[in-house]
Design a protein. Structure first.
Length: 277
């Protein structure tokens, strides 16, 4: 799993879209009430402990609104934050800076929130397993959310449906497990193949076939441990289903290679930041 990164082109595109959403059709009508244009200094401050993410998205917001704004970062993505940590110093036209405020802070809050939540899981497993995200992401924000997972120390699952074969319960319900695995092997053309099982009999029925990963879904700790012992000679192993901070360490102790956690993207709380003069 390689670390995901956000290209300058992508950042510019997503920031432009966010600014249009916030400013259409008449701009910031409240900030237009301010008469003077004297440059002022501002700073972005963290109100919580966590992991910073999204600093380049925030920088781009200020640059696109007013390229005369000076944006000097004090922290980089992946940095640990405490309450009161200064993220960036900003100097420029206050009306322009106020236009940027909410969009920039929204990006920082969302990306940092996912990075921070991921990091909690990473710390819980203490290197025994990799923490992995899923496709349970906000539409059109998947690249940003998967980047945030990387910042927090996690790894990415497939980005979309064309990245790898992932034979899941509903595929199996419509067809036949062994048949699907054999077809995937025949047609893989360099793609990885992951097979989801929810009981040991399913695992035994495909044992020895040449695929990459067994995904144990919603298994008890006892059965998961047995499954890992059976499968680890042949395949990479992964666990998923109802994973939380309360049970992730116990799951990691089974010896499973990866643990998929949907809630690090779909349920992470935003990290709180403020813009202060």
């Amino acid at each position: 799993m390689q670390r995901n990164s956000l290209s300058k082109k992508f950042i510019k595109k997503i920031v432009k879209s966010a600014l249009k959403e916030d400013l259409y059709p008449s701009g910031d009508i409240t900030s237009k009430l301010i008469k003077h244009n004297n440059f002022k200094s501002f700073k972005i401050i963290s109100n919580q402990n966590g992991i910073l993410g999204g600093i380049e998205l925030a920088r781009c917001v200020f640059r696109l609104v007013d390229n005369k704004i000076k944006f000097k970062t004090k922290k980089k993505d992946g940095s640990k934050l405490g309450k009161g940590s200064i993220i960036a110093n900003i100097y420029g036209n206050p009306k322009s800076i106020l236009i940027c405020e909410r969009v920039a802070l929204n990006f920082l809050s969302h990306v940092s929130g996912i990075a921070s939540e991921t990091n909690k899981y990473v710390n819980k497993v203490n290197g025994k397993s990799k923490i992995c995200c899923t496709r349970k992401t906000i539409p059109s924000l998947r690249a940003i959310q998967k980047y945030a997972v990387n910042i927090g120390g996690g790894v990415n699952h497939r980005f979309n449906l064309s990245d790898e074969y992932l034979i899941k319960d509903n595929h199996i319900a419509i067809s036949n497990l062994k048949f699907l695995v054999q077809r995937a092997i025949k047609n893989k053309k360099g793609k990885k193949i992951t097979v989801e099982v929810d009981n040991l009999n399913q695992l035994k029925s495909i044992l020895g076939l040449k695929f990459n990963t067994v995904l144990f879904d919603n298994m008890t700790i006892r059965n998961l441990k047995k499954g890992v012992m059976i499968a680890k000679k042949y395949y990479e192993t992964e666990a998923s289903g109802n994973v939380s901070l309360k049970n992730v360490a116990m799951i990691a102790k089974t010896g499973v290679d990866r643990i998929s956690v949907g809630r690090i993207t779909h349920s992470a709380s935003a990290l709180d930041f403020k813009l202060e003069i």
